[in-house]
Design a protein around this ligand. Sequence first.
Ligand code: S3P
Length: 172
Amino acid sequence: MKKNNIVLVGFMGTGKSTVGKQLSSKLGWEFVDTDHMIEHRENMSIPEIFSKKGESYFREVETRIIQEVLSNDMQVIATGGGSVLRLQNRSRMLSHGTVVQLDADAEIIIKRLEGEKLKRPLLQGDLEEKVYEMMERRKHAYEFADFVIDTNVFEVESIVEQIYNVVVLHKI
Ligand code: S3P
């Protein structure tokens, strides 16, 4: 049976963690941020993991954490933007929860990430160029989600309400 989890996916800067935290408190469910779990497990920040161990090592740990987290129930899970690139992760998300994509336009994401660049190893260099290029490469990556929520206008309460209505009241 499908577990009672809500899995938030989406490009960097779409608000997965901010929205996830509020949604979890509305539901009284656990909030899990897979990036934080990875940092805790490895005892290093994400940029450190990328520079010392490389991206493929990071992806291995990410996959293990996603498998692990999704064996539990009643959680709102904020995932890293690249976690959906592996089929194994996408399948696990779909079979163990309801997957919600948070979406936003490149211009909005660039503005949101301006002060946050250092935390994101894949965005080093020209932020604008990197975001456009990665969004183009990943343009179909999030299509597997059960629902899409537009976050261009970022009012957390309203986004939480929309997810709550669509997933909790009508689906689970
Ligand atoms: C990544 C997104 C990041 C983090 C890592 C790689 C990506 O998470 O997992 O820097 O490949 O899109 P956020 O989406 O929370 O920024």
